[in-house]
Design a protein around this ligand. Sequence first.
Ligand code: PLP
Length: 429
Amino acid sequence: MKNFDNSKRAFKEAQGYMPGGVNSPVRAFKNVGGDPLFIKQGKGSHIEDIDGNTFIDYVLSWGPLILGHADDEVVSALQAATAKGTSYGAPTELETELAKKIREIVPSVEMMRMVSSGTEATMSAIRLARGYTHRDKIVKFIGNYHGHSDSLLVDAGSGLATFNINTSPGVPKDLAYDTLTVPYNDVDGIKAVFEKNGPEIAAVIVEPIAGNMGVIPGTQEFLDTLRQLTTDAGALLIFDEVMSGFRAAYHAAQSLYHIKPDLTTLGKVVGGGLPVGVFGGRRDIMEHITPDGNVYHAGTLSGNPLAMTGGLSTLNQLNDNLYHNMTAKTTRLVEGIKAAGDAHNVPITVHHVGTMWSYFFNADPVDNFADVQASDVDYFAKFFKQLLQQGIYTAPSQFETNFMSSKHTNKDIDDTIQAFNDAFDALNN
Ligand code: PLP
């Protein structure tokens, strides 16, 4: 058995200072039980906790670390940038350089603004959509998570799903009232909402590949329907690719579906582990942002030179070939996991797109939030703890996604598949 005494002690102390002992709720391991691990350092595909235990890491800071921990190039670029000063609050060429790179990879993002988190990106995109259309209502999908701004904290995935919170106390009723929710992948449901509310809808925001209730890909028909309905109603289509951008595919999920959203939000990988979010899209819409237009957006640390350097030194290392290899590794891993479940007669459904993957203890198809909820969440919690004992660090919630990095080796994958088999053995006995 691994010894987690130092993490236990550190967690106890942290609880005296921060609610739940953490700065983001799912980190607390609350719904899988046990205490969270406190991390000392990471390199490549591995992390080490403060008790000296090492793990193959598939959380990767919840997605950003596509090049693994402490990538040499990213680290030296950051060291050089830090020596020049950490923030100026005035423009730098780094911002344009990153913007150019983003537009090269995701061409629908004709113009963009840098922010410091995914939450800020989606919050700003929603404000822009409302300001541009002069309408208030927005549509989101049950189990999709778009960060923690008020309008979007309704029927959300991730931590809200993990802790079974429908909407958060503190969200004004009127704001929640303007957020219409529909089950994910429900074509008839979204058509009905547009029939009733079409002329009042400012925007539909969607995770094209949902990653905050485990991985659930949107169907082509569903996403095509969103594109058509929003165009017909004069509403905007926002693809929230904070997670799926640079993860589901190099050119973002929109390239897989051949759909051009009006606005796109990015985050996670785009900062390479530093705080960066982006919202952008059609030039004629983005020109409504201050100071060109009058939809307000600002940020003391927006476009921060260290954050831009983290993003640039990461994106500059990405290419189609790297994605081909990472996707092949992810496929091999999930096939091994599925085979392990089958060999142990445990019903398991495994989903993966590009470098995103997750598993559900469920014999039936998992296409929306209700299907995820019908999975065996108790078994998931026990399984998670077994995996930790085997040296595998995965997302501590059924309502989250695991990731692959360029640094995971074939040996890491073989060891992980073996660990899944050992975890099934341990729970079956
Ligand atoms: N949108 C999506 C799809 C996300 O997955 C997340 C975070 O997980 C967010 C928005 C919010 O991003 P952040 O946590 O950086 O505020």
